[in-house]
Design a protein around this ligand. Structure first.
Ligand code: ATP
Length: 292
């Protein structure tokens, strides 16, 4: 089942410093590393790694070759990614000797999606496709409206959380995927969320799916020792959607697969690069089943 993911592509530029610079001060970094980031990319990689068919729609700048190369190397087709004049979305991250960080984010090309690109991507989507989006690109409300007009199903991961944007589309989307804090914020803004299916993750506790009719299904997390939980939610959602879009009647299998994928992902450092392959997830599930 095709999933058309309108999502961010980010580069995380990480500088290790002895200490944070003061205003007006110039400091040399002890080291520098560059990582692929962005919730959009993480979710596309999770779908592809789970055997799903995903088309990533986004934008990078003139400096985007490195990011596009990394995305392609992780198994995601990049033909739907536009080249724009604005810099590729990035985060400048300072980490001091105490592992304290300071982060500046620039949305850049992620904020340069345009209506013609959205229309073309939706026109090329098969009628049974799902559309997926997060809050790291522009035109989210328009993407949802156009996707529903085209008769497609829409999954929305409203992170970073923006109450106004989430409430503007909640009645149109088919699946809202949120963590426990985003779920609380949504319920505070609108106590009755029935009518939209919700996928709520609760970190090490697990996840629950609440269907449109209110039926709930809980999936416990697997007990593992996490090393880095960055991107766990994206891994869970991508893995879940790859299965659920294919076989909506096999909800518990999709939830179990997603929990296994996320449990493996949190045991490795990094976000997209830590997402496990389908065979790794299946081996983990078989081992869990043997362990009883
Ligand atoms: P992030 O913002 O870091 O991507 P999130 O807040 O969106 O994460 P979480 O609810 O923390 O998402 O985690 C998503 C899923 O990942 C959980 O439902 C669970 O299945 C799995 N997970 C997260 N943390 C752990 C953990 N410590 N052990 C096992 N599984 C975990």
């Amino acid at each position: 089942m095709t999933i058309v993911n309108f999502g961010s592509i980010n580069v995380d530029l990480v500088y290790a410093l002895e200490r944070m610079p003061q205003p007006g001060e110039t400091l040399s970094a002890r080291s520098f590393e560059q990582f692929l980031g962005g919730k959009g990319v993480n979710q596309s990689v999770a779908i592809a790694a789970s055997g799903g068919e995903v088309r990533h729609i986004g934008a990078v700048g003139p400096d985007g070759d490195w990011a596009l190369g990394r995305v392609a190397a992780l198994g995601v087709a990049t033909d739907g990614v536009a080249r724009v004049a604005t810099a590729t979305g990035h985060a400048i991250i300072f980490v001091d000797a105490h592992a304290e960080n300071m982060i500046v984010i620039h949305g850049g090309a992620n904020q340069a999606l345009n209506e013609a690109q959205i229309d073309a991507a939706l026109a090329a989507a098969p009628s049974h496709a799902w559309v997926l989006l997060q809050n790291e690109t522009n035109l989210t409300v328009e993407i949802v409206a156009k996707a529903k007009q085209a008769g497609l199903r829409v999954a929305y991961s409203p992170a970073p959380f923006d109450e106004a944007r989430a409430l503007a589309v909640i009645d149109q989307v088919d699946l809202m995927a949120v963590n426990q804090y985003e779920a609380e914020a949504l319920r505070a803004a609108r106590p009755d969320l029935s009518g939209t299916a919700l996928l709520i993750t609760h970190g090490a506790k697990g996840a629950e799916f609440i269907a449109q009719d209110g039926q709930r299904q809980f999936q416990a997390a697997f007990a593992v020792d996490p090393v880095d939980t960055t991107g766990a939610g994206d891994t869970f959602l991508g893995a879940f959607l790859a299965h659920y879009s294919q076989a909506p009647d096999q909800l518990s299998l999709a939830l179990r697969y997603a929990a296994a994928a996320a449990a493996l992902q949190v045991q490795k450092p990094g976000a997209a690069v830590a997402i496990p392959s389908k065979s790794e997830v299946e081996a983990f599930l078989a081992q869990q089943a043997r362990a009883g």
